[in-house]
Design a protein around this ligand. Structure first.
Ligand code: CP
Ligand code: NVA
Length: 334
């Protein structure tokens, strides 16, 4: 039997703080149930005749495909809309587009630049809107990360996540809040120039304190990762920041996750994993790294037994499905 929280019906997800701690953990739990159900070969009808618009201003492999398959698996449909496909923000305001799409679709997943655009879609569409990444937050990613931690370690108890890299990007902001809500200690290893925004940090610290854990920020990665169970990184240059590439690479070189840093946790041979939201620059096989080679993580770590990045990536689909089901399905148990 599947069960989920009734209170999530018709709810939007702008950032993880949109949900209570319990609601967020309940989503992770539902995703776990849906994953087992799919593994058992069940394709249900939890989203039968539900239609979801996917508005994407930025590229995506995981979020786009996870959303399409999540809804299709359960009997619904999704339409992928990029800026050149529709009048969005060009010949038609975000507010008008929201009101039009809200009359046609049951929900909207948005990936783009401004958090404000995502919030405007939610305000005017009248249907649930889910943030599939903005410049500020990437909440659906963190649901998948939490599921990966839970299924690998069995629970969130006595777990420390060390994020190493650009400490103030969308993934780092959401990961910090997700850890705080799940009662997981969070350490951010990042140069001073990229320390988390003070307000974002203060909000997460309050939640962490309530859940009996702390958040610490270090500029020395070797010191910061001591005792960590999860080493997590993301690209050094997020989508939309390409002009800052050279400066970022210079700043973040000392923050590459390699085997020395994995060893610096003191947990080799114990409770330790590597996570990355992906895409990752771990080898020479991309246009960006064909000359430079690995950036934020070495190939050795990426391909090691500690790396759970493809479980994490698969979990994007199960967690996005949980989000759609809990918001759009008429029943809250089946
Ligand atoms: N992690 C993630 O959001 O991947 P995509 O950019 O491929 O969607
Ligand atoms: N911080 C990255 C995440 C990609 C999934 C970006 O915004 O490009």
């Amino acid at each position: 039997m599947l069960t989920w929280k009734d209170s999530l019906r018709n709810r939007s997800l702008m950032r993880l703080a949109s949900f209570t701690d319990e609601e967020m953990l309940n989503l992770v739990d539902l995703a776990e149930q849906l994953k087992a159900r799919r593994r058992a070969g069940v394709r249900g009808d939890l989203l039968k005749r539900k239609n979801i618009a996917l508005i994407f201003e930025k590229s995506s492999t995981r979020t786009r495909n996870s959303s399409i398959i999540a809804v299709r698996d359960e009997g619904g449909g999704a339409e992928y809309l990029t800026r050149p496909d529709i009048h969005f923000g060009k010949k038609e305001s975000v507010k008008d587009t929201a009101r039009v799409l809200g009359r046609i679709y049951d929900g909207i997943l948005f990936r783009g630049f401004s958090q404000k655009t995502c919030e405007e879609l939610a305000e005017y569409s009248g249907v649930p809107v889910w943030n599939g990444l903005t410049d500020d937050y990437h909440p659906t990613q963190i649901l998948a990360d939490l599921l990966t931690i839970k299924e690998t370690f069995g629970s969130f108890k006595d777990c420390t996540v060390a994020y190493v890299g650009d400490g103030r990007n969308n993934v780092a902001n959401s990961l910090m809040m997700g850890c705080a809500k799940a009662g997981v200690r969070y350490v951010c290893c990042t140069p001073r120039e990229l320390w988390p925004d003070e307000a974002v940090l203060a909000e997460a610290e309050e939640v962490a304190k309530r859940n009996g854990v702390d958040i610490r920020v270090f500029d020395d990665p070797v010191q910061g990762v001591k005792g960590a169970n999860v080493l997590y990184t993301d690209v050094w240059v997020s989508m939309g920041e390409e002009a800052k590439s050279a400066e970022r690479i210079r700043l973040l070189r000392p923050y590459q996750i390699n085997m020395d840093l994995m060893r610096a946790t003191g947990n080799i041979g114990g409770k330790l994993m590597f996570l990355h939201c992906l895409p990752a620059f771990h080898d020479f096989n991309t246009e960006v790294t064909k000359e430079s080679g690995a950036l934020e993580v070495t190939d050795e770590v990426f391909e090691s037994k500690y790396s759970k990045v493809f479980d994490e990536s698969e979990n994007r689909m199960h967690t996005i499905k949980a989000l759609f089901v809990s918001a759009l399905c008429d029943r809250s148990s089946i």
